[in-house]
Design a protein around this ligand. Structure first.
Ligand code: URA
Length: 431
């Protein structure tokens, strides 16, 4: 077999066999196939797509490139949740402790953020001293004590995706449904959980800008999961505007804590929707009893306590919350006239916070957890002239305050006509 023949075949839109796909993955991971050859093949896949069989074979070859986590030591059902990437999306940090309180265990392996989308492990690193790279034995010990854990992906979890994702990121080959689906599902299957809940983001702040593509991606994810006998659910949710209020690590942890303390928000609504659906998928709850359980966990603050326990077991200092809360804004942005919020450009705000030092452009960039912006209004909200609409936390002044103000102001548009709020949850399906 020869990589040039494989690239040629895909270039003229012929389907690849299982053997060809396996050959590509094995030889790319071991270095025999070079980045320039792999990126030519990835671009041909982006342009010509892959059929169902090719997509499954690619996922399977990627999955087999590394370890498959064995969670058989967990008593009961295990759950994984993943988002296709968005701005101010801190659902996992609130959701995972809530599920643990409902008796559903999660061993969630998360990646770092790249580009305009945030990463769960970066946000958790706001807790001073937290150790997110731990051994399987330590994971087992923490699961035994608190029933949930969020950690960094182990180095040996789908090494093929690590290499391919970095290459896709630098060769404009992210935007492909079979490549996104196989990247997500190979990691989810390898992580070993029973239920896989996937939040497919759609809108200007998501990889899938258009709703039809999001639908096809969701269907592809379910089809792959079904082949591995996993219970898979997909949600298509809005990412035109930021999901929560804060963008930046400290601010997003505070958003998650607000959810766990029962403060109403779009983020709260999404976490509640997911938690209830996952409880029902576990077949241990009805929709009604799941809703009741969720409310009980929030009212008793069990979910919040569980998050704190998890952070402490990971050696994180929970006193860091006080540092996060004591942050003061460097500038307040006011509405220039009366009206309604028409749009908030999530992608631009994600990029802005990244440029301020709160995100990563290269995988080894260091993050400043304290910088960020906080929006005080969402699409459809009424605003009065001179009312605060956003806050800037430009704590390190890496960008000038004026530039940050200009970029933030131009990312939010206000109109005099009434605007309807965006529909947060667009579609929910499971196998
Ligand atoms: N998230 C992933 O894990 N992979 C992709 O390709 C896109 C989003």
């Amino acid at each position: 077999m020869n990589i040039l023949e494989i690239i040629d075949k895909k270039r003229i839109n012929q389907p690849l066999t299982k053997e060809e796909i396996t050959y590509f993955i094995e030889n790319y991971v071991n270095g025999n196939i070079k980045d320039y050859q792999a990126s030519a093949l990835l671009m041909a896949i982006c342009i010509n797509g892959m059929n169902e069989e090719e997509t499954f074979n690619l996922c399977d070859a990627m999955l087999k490139s590394g370890e498959i986590v064995d969670l058989s030591y967990v008593n009961g059902i295990t759950v994984d949740k993943h988002s296709s990437g968005g701005v101010s999306d801190t659902t996992s940090i609130a959701l995972i402790p809530i599920l643990a309180c409902a008796g559903l265990c999660s061993v969630k392996m998360s990646g770092a953020g790249l580009g305009f989308t945030g990463g769960t492990t970066d946000k958790l690193a706001s807790f001073q001293g937290i150790d997110l790279q731990i051994s399987q034995d330590k994971i087992k010990e923490i699961i035994g004590k608190c029933g949930c854990i969020i950690v960094s992906q182990s180095q040996n979890l789908v090494p093929a995706d690590k290499k391919l994702y970095a290459l896709r990121d630098t060769s404009s080959t992210i935007q492909s449904i079979p490549l996104i689906a196989t990247s997500i599902m190979s990691k989810k299957i390898a992580s070993g959980n029973d239920i896989i809940f996937l939040d497919v983001k759609t809108g200007k702040g998501a990889f899938m800008e258009n709703a039809q593509d999001a639908k096809v991606l969701a269907e592809t994810l379910i089809k792959i999961g079904s082949k591995y006998n996993k219970k898979v659910a997909t949600l298509i949710s809005d990412m035109n505007e930021p999901l929560g209020n804060g963008i930046g690590c400290y601010l997003e942890i505070l958003d998650a804590i607000d959810v766990l303390n029962g403060k109403p928000s779009r983020l709260y609504d999404l976490v509640k929707f997911m938690a209830v659906k996952i409880m029902v998928l576990s077949e241990q709850y009805s929709e009604e009893s799941a809703t009741q359980k969720f409310d009980e966990i929030i009212e008793s603050r069990q979910g919040y306590q569980r998050l704190l326990s998890m952070v402490e077991l990971l050696n994180g200092n929970i006193e860091s919350i006080k540092t996060m809360q004591s942050l003061t804004p460097t500038t307040t942005i006011y509405a220039k006239y009366n009206g309604y919020v028409e749009s908030i450009n999530a992608k631009e705000l994600g990029l802005l916070v990244c440029d301020m030092g709160g995100g990563r452009k290269e995988l080894d960039d260091k993050i400043d957890h304290s910088v960020g912006v906080k929006i005080l209004k969402h699409i459809g909200d009424k605003v009065q002239k001179n009312e605060p609409i956003a806050l800037i936390y430009n704590t390190n002044q890496k960008l000038s305050e004026n530039l940050v103000c200009d970029r933030l102001e131009s990312a939010i548009t206000i109109t005099t006509k009434k605007v309807e709020p965006t529909l947060l949850i667009k579609e929910y399906k499971h196998n």
